[in-house]
Design a binder for this molecule. Structure first.
Ligand code: SAH
Length: 369
């Protein structure tokens, strides 16, 4: 039952949600269950409901006695995310969800189905503090970090929707996760790493998605990249480079003023060395801004020198944000750019751009609301 409060009491509380099951690791979960005066074995039972059966509503955890359901509901399942709306395109195979958190904060995730996989693009922050001028999320600034549970629950909800056949293409399994929604994941480091562990651990500790199928995308916070390299995870690192020269990158990715390209590439090489994983470099191609042949050559050279063949460049045609003076490059310019990077011995491809007509790129739907 919901009680509606007079508007004056209903003002959004801009803060982290109360503790949720998905914020806790196995030990924390057991401690929380014991605090409630319940036997320890309930902890794994509840976790199995959440991570294996994808059930987030304690009232429906029917293998638990009613009194237990109520107790754990109050203590470990605070309201986390509710759907504001779903918007679909690409014959329903791309679906964007706008979520409202418990305090009124808006965030979004995008599910993309392909013949061989299903990828969910998730948010790690509401808004973003990195201020990249071509990105819709960057224009609004940072609202707040998301909690670990708010990150994990985007994944649980999408996995449940796919399993239950709610997305065009019939029932399916969520296979890939990319931290390319709203926010800078490495600026919410601890919660993001905890979320990665929850997303990738096998049940009852997590959702069991392969670490190799998780991409953490960053503007290039060099010290945090090094720290991530030491976590013992096998996730793919994607670095949003967008240009090989510091002069332009200082404006396209303002945090470059703090950690310039050489430092970002050093940290990226450390990541590749430590994890044995090939890294990705993201390059949003913007007409007459960063699409010059000499930039393609310089990009190929610098990456080859830093990483050899352990790097792959994804060119992303710019998805213009409302009111932006920038546009994507013409196809021939894009093709020449890709050819030149490849010619330096660095594999480079153009990333498929799903969901443009539903403003699925980078914070646009939340910005519209
Ligand atoms: N903050 C992280 C992750 C979120 S953005 C990062 O910057 O990597 C995910 C990717 O989308 C980044 O490479 C980002 O630069 C890119 N991007 C943002 N706005 C875009 C736009 N309008 N068109 C194309 N790519 C965009």
């Amino acid at each position: 039952m919901t009680v509606s409060l007079p508007l004056v009491f209903d003002a959004p509380r801009r803060g982290m949600p109360p503790r949720h099951l998905a914020d806790l690791d196995a030990e924390g979960r057991r401690a929380a269950v014991e605090e409630l005066g319940l036997p320890k074995f309930r902890a794994d039972q509840i976790a199995r409901q959440y991570y294996a059966r994808l059930q987030a509503d304690p009232a429906r955890m029917t293998d638990l006695p009613a009194a237990v359901r109520e107790k754990i509901g109050d203590a470990l399942f605070p309201p986390l995310l509710s759907v504001v709306k779903h918007v679909a395109c690409d014959a329903g195979e791309t679906r964007k969800t706008l979520w409202r958190a418990g305090d009124g904060t808006l965030l979004e995730s995008v599910l993309m189905r392909y013949p061989d996989r299903a990828t969910l693009c998730i948010s790690s922050q509401a808004g973003c503090g990195m201020a990249c001028p071509f990105c819709a999320t960057g224009q609004g600034g940072l609202n707040r970090n998301l909690s670990t549970a708010e990150i994990v629950d985007q994944v649980r909800a999408a996995a449940a929707a796919l399993r239950d056949g709610e997305v065009a293409g019939g029932p399916g399994r969520l296979s890939n996760i990319v931290f390319m929604g709203m926010g800078e994941p490495l600026a919410n480091y601890k919660r993001v790493v905890a979320a990665v562990r929850r997303i990738t651990s096998p049940a009852p500790d997590g959702l069991g998605i392969s670490q190799r199928n998780v991409v953490v995308s960053t503007v290039g916070l060099a010290p945090a990249i090094r720290k991530l390299a030491d976590e013992g995870l096998s996730v793919t690192l994607a670095v949003s480079l967008h240009t090989p020269d510091d002069e332009l990158r200082d404006t396209l990715v303002p945090v470059n003023n703090r950690w310039p390209i050489a430092e970002v590439l050093d940290a990226t090489r450390y990541y590749a060395d430590k994890t044995g994983r090939r890294v990705s470099v993201e390059y949003a191609l913007i007409r007459d801004i960063n699409d010059h042949p000499w930039r393609a050559d310089m990009l190929g050279e610098k990456l080859h020198k830093a990483l050899g063949s352990r790097v792959h460049v994804n060119v992303i045609p710019l998805n213009p944000t409302p009111g932006s003076k920038w546009d994507a490059s013409p196809k021939p310019v894009e093709q020449e750019f890709v050819r030149r990077v490849n010619a330096q011995g660095v594999p480079c491809t153009v990333r498929d751009t799903r969901g443009q007509e539903i403003a699925a790129a980078c914070g646009q739907l939340a910005a519209e609301n």
